[in-house]
Design a protein around this ligand. Structure first.
Ligand code: NAP
Length: 262
C-alpha cells in the first residue's frame, strides 16, 4: 500500500520516522507532499522516500496521512478519493471538513500527543465510517508504532481525548516547572533544582510504566506515611482544591476543543 503524507512537519516526521523504523511501511511505499524545497530535500535525503511534485500524485496512493496545520486544509485542491483512506491528525478539524477535500474517502481521525516523539505516545482514534478489520489494523499500526492507541466510537470523544492526553503533556510540564521553581525558592541552584525534579518525575513515570496493573493511588500511598512530610503536602493540595482546579482546567480544554471543531 502506498502512503502519501501531506505535510510532514514535526508530527508527520515523527510518524514517518517511527513507521519506517518499525516497518509499518517501507520507504518505497512512502510519498511525501511538502511545501518548501528545503523540507523536501531534507526528507528525501534523510528517509529515501519519494517526493511528490503535485497534490494530484495522491491518486497513485491508497492511504493519505494528513499532517498539515488545520488552517492549511483550505489550501488543498479537492481530490476524488473514493473508497481510499485518509488519516487526519488535524486538531479540532471534524470529518465533515476533511471529506470536502477528499470526496468519497474513508476518514480516520486521530488525536496523538507529544509522547509520539519518544515512542511513548497516546493517541485516540475515531473511524468515521466502516473500515475493514485489516484497514483498521493498518491505521492503528501507524500509531501503535510510537505508543498506545485508544479507539473511540464517537467523534466528539476526540475532544475529551484532546483535553486529557492531547494537552496532558503540557499539564505535566507545567507541574514540573512549578516544582522546579519551588526548589529554587528553597535555595537550590538551577542545575540542582532541574536534576532533582526531572529525575523524580522520570522515576515516577517509569514506575507507572513498569507496574501497569498497580493503582496510581497505591504508589502514592507508599510515599505518604501517616504523620509524615508527604502527607502534609498532600493535605495542602487537597485543602487548596487541587482536584477542582485540575477538573476545571480539563473542562476548559475540552470546551475549547469543541469550539475549534464547531
Ligand atoms: N504537535 C502536537 O503535539 C500535535 C498533537 C496532536 C495533533 N497535532 C496536529 O498535527 C498537525 C501537524 O502539526 P505539526 O506540529 O507537525 O505542524 P508543522 O510542523 O507546521 O507541520 C506541518 C507541515 O505541513 C507543511 N504544509 C503546510 N501547508 C501545506 C500544504 N498545503 N501542502 C503540503 N504541506 C504543507 C508545512 O510547511 P510550512 O512550514 O512550509 O508551512 C509543515 O512542514 C496539526 O494539524 C496539529 O493540529 C499536533
Amino acid at each position: 500500500m502506498k502512503i502519501f503524507f501531506i505535510g510532514c512537519g514535526n508530527m508527520g516526521e515523527a510518524f514517518l520516522k517511527i513507521g519506517l523504523e518499525k516497518k509499518v511501511f517501507t520507504n518505497n511505499e512512502v510519498v511525501v507532499f511538502e511545501k518548501s524545497s528545503e523540507r523536501k530535500k531534507y526528507l528525501k535525503d534523510t528517509y529515501s522516500i519519494t517526493i511528490a511534485e503535485k497534490l494530484e500524485d495522491v491518486q497513485a496512493s491508497e492511504v493519505v496521512f494528513l499532517g498539515i496545520k488545520p488552517q492549511n486544509l483550505e489550501d488543498l485542491l479537492i481530490q476524488r478519493f473514493e473508497g481510499k483512506i485518509v488519516i487526519s491528525i488535524l486538531a479540532g478539524t471534524r470529518i465533515v471538513k476533511i471529506i470536502e477535500k477528499f470526496v468519497g474517502a474513508k476518514i480516520a481521525r486521530a488525536m496523538p500527543n507529544l509522547g509520539q516523539f519518544v515512542k511513548q505516545g497516546m493517541s485516540g482514534i475515531f473511524f468515521g465510517t466502516t473500515f475493514s478489520v485489516s484497514e483498521k489494523d493498518f491505521v492503528k499500526s501507524i500509531f501503535k508504532a510510537g505508543g498506545e492507541v485508544l479507539e473511540v466510537d464517537k467523534e466528539l470523544d476526540l475532544d475529551n481525548i484532546t483535553a486529557i492526553s492531547g494537552s496532558g503533556p503540557a499539564y505535566f510540564f507545567y507541574f514540573t516547572e512549578k516544582l522546579i521553581e519551588s526548589a529554587l525558592v528553597l535555595g537550590f541552584s538551577k542545575e540542582m533544582a532541574e536534576v532533582l525534579v526531572r529525575q523524580t518525575f522520570l522515576g515516577s513515570a517509569e514506575i507507572l510504566n513498569q507496574y501497569k496493573d498497580d493503582s496510581v493511588a497505591d504508589w502514592r500511598n507508599k510515599v505518604t506515611s501517616r504523620g509524615g512530610t508527604t502527607e502534609k503536602a498532600i493535605e495542602n493540595f487537597e485543602n487548596s482544591d487541587f482536584e477542582k482546579i485540575v477538573l476545571e482546567s480539563v473542562r476548559a480544554a475540552q470546551k475549547r476543543a469543541e469550539e475549534l471543531g464547531a
